[in-house]
Design a protein around this ligand. Structure first.
Ligand code: ADP
Ligand code: MG
Length: 519
């Protein structure tokens, strides 16, 4: 595809039709003497949606930051329309049409959508900021993207994560973006929001804007992207045309080993025991009429759209926002949990959605992290339990340099294992996992799934909240679907994505589930 915006001198200098929009050649980068990119090549053409994939730590984000002018490469070249460029600063990259939507947005929550889109380059009329123009230009861009539902005058803080991402994209477009890089754009989105993003990416493509897309979700990659570049350990492994490869081949290329069966089967020695967790008529300000039980050795998934009340059930159980109605039984005993501390004493564990802020002290060692919960709930007499930590970590197959290694240097999957160990040492009866594999790569996901099977085999009950339907289907014994704070229905293991989505979107009348168990 050709670029229509090449200026005359550029057009004279080369063959625009054959020239890629962006070419990164032999990029090297070290941090503190540690080389993390070893001469990586990447070619992106105009109007192409290009996936950049690889396990955690492969160097994807570093490549993107170099392209965006956040980091300077130590070696190599970046060509834009075939001409060498060097971005000293993100603003220089933006000015050249090379923009990035990072995982952490750069938006101001208390300003409007339009104010954010034009932040730092507000149009003015006789020295006064021209709000009317800002609003109308922003509205026009939103409309072009088919996003009329967002108003230019809304405060950004009141938007959902997906909508904020759209604001970032609009901001990029208003700066005449020619390529937009997105680093794991769907990591924090629900399935409905993911579809919204698909729609936008296709619009961008239709406008001739190239998209460089980092994602761990194979389905997305195959749905959206025409080219795929795989990185591993700071090097390029291979670039593919999407239609010449398969998910299996892609995963093999990423992890560099055979990958048979994405979801581990249930260990035949796993037995379903008595009910360990039961909620009867549970409710708080967010959820209502929650009836739910999980048996020992069982995995029950809570599915539903963002905001449907899944995390709120976890918070109710765990005493973060305690249930104000109904009853909870743990191992048949009434349990009145009023705080996380009492939840732990009652035998509950909660692995939160956000490992980095809630679950782990990243600058502390594996060992220090593994004993965090224990020290908090049993400050005296935990010595015997502390001794179990190394054994627990090895049963989870933690791969680390040692128990003294700082957690921030571990891969996402290994960080998640440290979180699990931290809870396991308190001998929980029920573990609540909130988005257990969010933001971690395929190999690491498999490690978390294996760990879940280890836990159920030991008789623990697992309540898993997940937005990833394949994971819900692949791992759960039963699937409870929420809609607007209530249970919309329950489905048996092996139900399909469509049945779950139908319930989640509130379309199926209770009692008429083709595929499900009646409530
Ligand atoms: P990916 O995005 O593929 O997960 P990254 O580009 O974030 O990988 O990281 C590649 C490697 O570079 C990792 O080993 C990471 O620890 C290291 N790294 C990334 N950023 C920094 C930094 N600012 N300082 C030191 N090391 C870093
Ligand atoms: Mg990254």
């Amino acid at each position: 595809m050709t670029s229509t915006t090449a200026s005359a001198p550029e057009a004279l200098g080369g063959k625009p039709s054959a020239t890629p929009l962006i070419e990164m050649r032999g990029i090297f980068k070290s941090f503190l003497g540690n080389e993390v990119l070893h001469g990586v090549d990447l070619v992106v053409r105009a109007g192409e949606v290009h996936a950049l994939v690889g396990e955690n730590g492969a160097g994807k984000s570093t490549m993107m930051k170099i392209l965006a002018g956040v980091y300077r490469p130590d070696g190599g070249q970046i060509l834009l329309d075939g001409e060498p460029v060097s971005f000293e600063h993100p603003l220089a990259a933006q000015a050249a049409g090379v923009t990035t939507v990072f995982q952490e947005f750069n938006l101001l929550a208390d300003r409007t959508v339009a104010q954010n889109v034009f932040l730092g380059r507000e149009p003015s009329n006789k020295g006064i900021v021209d709000s009317a123009k800002m609003n109308s230009d922003t509205t026009a861009l939103l409309k072009e993207l088919g996003m009329e539902s967002i108003s230019a005058r809304t405060r950004v803080g009141s938007l959902s994560v997906a909508e904020q991402q759209i604001v970032e994209i609009v901001k990029a477009l208003s700066q005449d973006a020619r390529i937009i890089s997105m680093d794991e754009p769907t990591a924090a989105l629900s399935d409905v929001e993911v579809r919204l993003l698909y729609q936008i990416v296709r619009q961008l493509q239709a406008r001739g804007v190239a998209v460089l897309y980092v994602s761990h979700r194979l389905k997305e990659i195959f749905d959206l992207c025409s080219r795929i570049t795989v990185m591993k350990d700071g090097s390029l492994v291979r670039s593919f045309d999407t239609d010449t490869t398969s998910p299996d081949e892609l995963v093999r290329t990423m992890v560099g080993r055979e990958f048979s069966g994405y979801f581990p089967p249930i260990d035949p020695q796993t037995q379903l025991g008595p009910v360990r967790l039961q909620i009867r008529g549970g409710g708080n300000s967010q959820v209502n009429k929650i009836d739910l039980s999980v048996r020992g050795g069982e995995i029950v998934a809570l599915a539903g759209l963002q905001g449907s009340g899944r995390t709120e059930i976890a918070h109710g159980l765990f005493g973060i926002e305690p249930f104000t109605r109904g009853e909870v039984f743990i191992d048949g005993k009434t349990s009145t949990v009023k705080s996380p501390r009492s939840a732990v004493r009652a035998g509950l564990a909660l692995v939160t959605e956000d490992r980095k802020t809630e679950g782990l002290a990243l600058r502390q060692s594996v060992f220090a992290n593994a004993r965090l919960v224990l020290d908090a709930v049993r400050p005296f007499g935990s010595a015997k339990d502390v001794k179990r930590i190394p054994g627990l970590l090895s049963s989870l197959e933690l791969s680390a340099r040692g128990l003294g290694q700082e957690v921030r240097y571990l891969s996402g999957g290994n960080q998640q294992k440290v979180v699990l160990a931290k809870w396991l040492v308190t001998d929980p009866k029920v573990i609540i996992l909130d988005e257990p594999t969010r933001g971690i790569d395929v190999g690491a996901k498999r490690a978390v799934y294996d760990a879940m099977r280890v836990l159920t085999k030991a008789g623990i009950a697992i309540l898993m909240i997940s937005s990833e339907l394949p994971e819900v289907i692949g791992m759960a014994d039963r699937i409870v679907v929420l809609h607007e704070g209530e249970i919309a229905g329950e489905l048996a293991a092996g139900s399909d994505e469509e049945s779950i989505m139908t319930l989640a979107t509130g379309h199926a009348p209770v009692g008429q589930l083709a595929n499900g168990v009646q409530r």
